[in-house]
Design a protein around this ligand. Structure first.
Ligand SMILES: [Cu+2]
Length: 202
């Protein structure tokens, strides 16, 4: 910034990969101002930037113990809506898995996983672009483009209290576009709070 300078940070239309009408409904044609920066009349120098901001250790997909498919369509994931009394997936504590996530719908969806951060392996048949190459909490899913993610689950097992995975468009998750997984030690069985295996819940 130069003294007295004003600049505006603006959001430009993202490439949603949807048809024209759906793109318009979903806000995919919108441009809008996000932030205005107004420099003071007198400025001091900032500290120099490091030449490299961060090192990101890559998760190795060859170390994954399982691969799972997640298909998002309508308001369902793998053909199911959220049920608090159902555990959809059981993963092993302190293990890595590859999840292939695909939006099988002509609407925008995205995918969010609790308890972990993940890395993208590929988007369609290509490598993820730089802006998708770091640690992610949520990834946008263009229609019909399979996205593979890799993650390592916590080393603390709990077969009763689940984590969620869901579309992070809030009205979609509110309409049931969500599922549950537990992190289990070898031999542990999932035990949803209202499920048939649960004994201690009134
Ligand atoms: Cu959605």
């Amino acid at each position: 910034m130069r003294p007295g300078e004003q600049v505006v940070l603006r959001s430009f239309p993202p490439a949603l990969g949807t048809g024209r009408a759906m793109t318009e409904i979903a806000g995919g044609l919108d441009a809008f101002d996000v932030l205005q920066l107004r420099a003071a009349a007198s400025l001091a120098h900032a500290a120099p930037l490091p030449t490299r901001l961060a090192e990101i250790p890559r998760l190795d997909p060859d170390g994954a113990v399982a691969t799972r498919d997640f298909r998002l369509s309508g308001r369902q994931i793998n053909g199911k809506e959220m049920d608090m009394d159902r555990i959809d997936e059981v993963v092993g504590k302190d293990t890595s898995e590859v999840w292939e996530v695909t939006n099988r719908h002509n609407q925008p969806h995205n995918f969010h996983v609790h308890g972990v951060q993940f890395q993208l392996l590929d988007v369609g048949s290509g490598a993820p672009p730089p802006q998708l190459s770091g640690w992610k909490d949520t990834v946008y899913l263009p229609p019909l483009v399979p996205i593979r993610i890799v993650m390592r689950f916590p080393d603390y097992p709990d077969p009763v209290h689940p984590y969620m995975f869901h579309c992070h468009l809030l009205f979609h998750e509110d309409q049931g576009m969500m599922g549950q997984f537990v992190v289990a030690a070898p031999g542990q069985q999932p035990n949803a709070p209202g499920g048939p295996n649960h004994s201690g819940h009134q």
